[in-house]
Design a protein around this ligand. Structure first.
Ligand SMILES: [Zn+2]
Length: 498
């Protein structure tokens, strides 16, 4: 990576600037290579000696922390609290919910030995925590007065993966998993939908990532759930990304783990539970929703640095330019802006511009002796690449307003992209043609049969992403794009997906 060369001066700076820019494969050439280049060069994550496991570097982790804060605030505002449960799950517990075991067993990593001894019972490393948390809920919930239980856990999980890609699919990843228990089926359903709304609002407000919310088909639902709902985003290459899921578990886990309570009617009954999660995968989504050929483009609300100030080192700049740059830094920080003053003198301004562009900082302020004479700074927007001389007077409020405008504009750009890459088809030939051509979402009638869904997947690689709530279910006019039968479940969204 560029910093490691340690060379100084203008000439080396220029070479390095060129190197930085050319090191990123253009999206149009190879989107997947572009993605990996951005992850590595922007120092979001790196490969490790552990197969399928990444190191999240400080810049990537800072994005994760902002995601955590934004979600945690929303979970707490909707009545949830955080707790922590064990990393290990005894094998006998994991085996209790049949569908759950079947769904997860190909991906479970096992601990068979502790120190010098073979374990009497293997321990699974949690692929998700319904089992261990359900066991504890059985202990904690006795009466309807103990309900609802609304707990979230921030944790790591392990799912053994054959093919991995940083953030999108890794053997170990970070996430949050909410696990709730309720008195009635209706309350559990309400909770499932409340969280789906939280996820959608978060993705759209904070990540500027438009998502389609809806219900998963039977074949795509969570192992052991009654119903799964998801938010689905469209990436820059036209592939869909499942960005979050919320599951209504019915009484399936409550029955397997004996989560029972005495109801208001004095009758002992099983609780109704839910679970829901989003993961570090969101960072992959962020990269692929907004990034361009120069690298990362971060929406201001999720950018570790919203503004970077680059002083131009001319003349006695340390006595003139630098104090002014510090003044601006303090003013911006005073307005709640996350700001970085890049006063490293071993790099040229040009090199710094390229680096911060690649790392997606929304706004760059350049300030030199001439700008000071004119009482202005040069402001560069990452999203549009526009450069605008901006008066120093009133700079901080102007930057705050601009950051909001950039946030809105990135969302709008992504929404427009999705609209342009979403087609409604009425025949199977049309669906096949779309999937062979420019990728994106396809909206099509679907009869609800798993056979039709499986055939579509086998023949076009498109999976059923979800059935939106506005799908027009019950409208007799819709027919299945595959078999032509009238569709009871309305329309579904299909796409090739990550
Ligand atoms: Zn059909």
């Amino acid at each position: 990576m560029a910093e490691q060369t340690g060379v100084k001066g203008d000439k080396a700076g220029k070479d390095k600037k060129d190197a930085l820019v050319t090191e990123i494969t253009p999206q149009s050439e190879d989107f997947s290579r572009w993605y990996l280049d951005v992850v590595l060069k922007a120092e979001l994550a790196d490969y490790t000696p552990v197969k399928g496991c990444m190191a999240i570097r400080p810049y990537g982790y800072a994005i994760w922390e902002l995601i955590q804060q934004g979600l945690d605030r929303r979970f707490k505002a909707t009545g949830h609290v955080n707790a922590y449960f064990p990393l290990f799950i005894p094998e006998s517990l994991l085996m209790r919910e049949a569908e759950h075991v079947e769904g997860f067993s190909p991906q479970v990593a096992w601990v068979t030995r502790g120190g010098e001894e073979d374990l009497e019972e293997r321990l699974a490393i949690r692929p998700t925590s319904e089992v261990i948390i359900g066991t504890m809920y059985a202990k904690w919930i006795k009466s309807w007065r103990d309900l609802p239980v609304l707990i979230n856990q921030w944790a790591n999980v392990v799912r053994w993966e054959k093919v991995t890609r940083p953030f999108l699919r890794t053997t170990e990843f970070l996430w949050q998993e909410g696990h709730t228990a309720h008195e009635t089926e209706a309350e559990a359903q309400e909770e499932t939908m409340r969280i789906l709304r939280v996820y959608k609002e978060f993705a759209e407000t904070e990540l500027a990532m438009p998502v389609v919310d809806g219900q998963k088909s039977e074949s795509e639902k969570f192992a052991g759930a009654s119903r799964t709902y998801s938010i689905e985003a469209l990436m820059g290459d036209g592939r869909a990304l499942q960005a979050g899921t919320s599951h209504n578990l019915g009484q399936n886990f409550a029955k397997a783990f004996e989560i029972q309570f005495q109801g208001r009617d004095k009758i002992v009954q099983h609780a109704w539970t839910t679970s829901w999660g989003v993961s570090t995968r969101l960072i992959g989504g962020l990269i692929m929703t907004h990034g361009d050929d120069s690298g990362l483009v971060l929406p201001p609300r999720i950018a570790p640095y919203q503004v970077v100030i680059v002083p131009i080192p001319r003349g006695n700049w340390q006595e003139t330019v630098l104090p002014k740059a510090r003044e601006i830094q303090a003013a911006l920080a005073g307005h709640g802006v996350r700001v970085k003053l890049d006063d490293r003198d071993e790099y040229t301004p040009g090199w710094k511009y390229a680096e911060w562009e690649m790392r997606g900082v929304p706004v760059r302020l350049e300030i030199g002796p001439k700008d000071i004479e004119k009482a202005q700074v040069m402001l560069a927007r990452r999203d549009t690449r526009e450069k605008l001389p901006t008066p120093m007077d009133g700079l901080a409020p102007a930057v705050v307003a601009l950051l909001e405008a950039i946030q809105a504009s990135l969302y709008e750009r992504a929404r427009k992209f999705r609209e342009e890459h979403t087609q409604r088809v009425s025949s199977y030939d049309e669906l096949k043609a779309v999937m062979e051509g420019r990728p994106g979402f396809v909206i099509a009638g679907w009869c609800g049969s798993a056979d039709c869904e499986a055939q579509i997947k086998a023949e076009t690689q498109a999976t059923l992403r979800n059935i939106p709530f506005t799908s027009g279910a019950g409208h007799s006019a819709v027919t299945c794009v595959k078999c032509g039968k009238p569709s009871s479940s309305g329309e579904a969204w299909f796409a090739k997906a990550y």
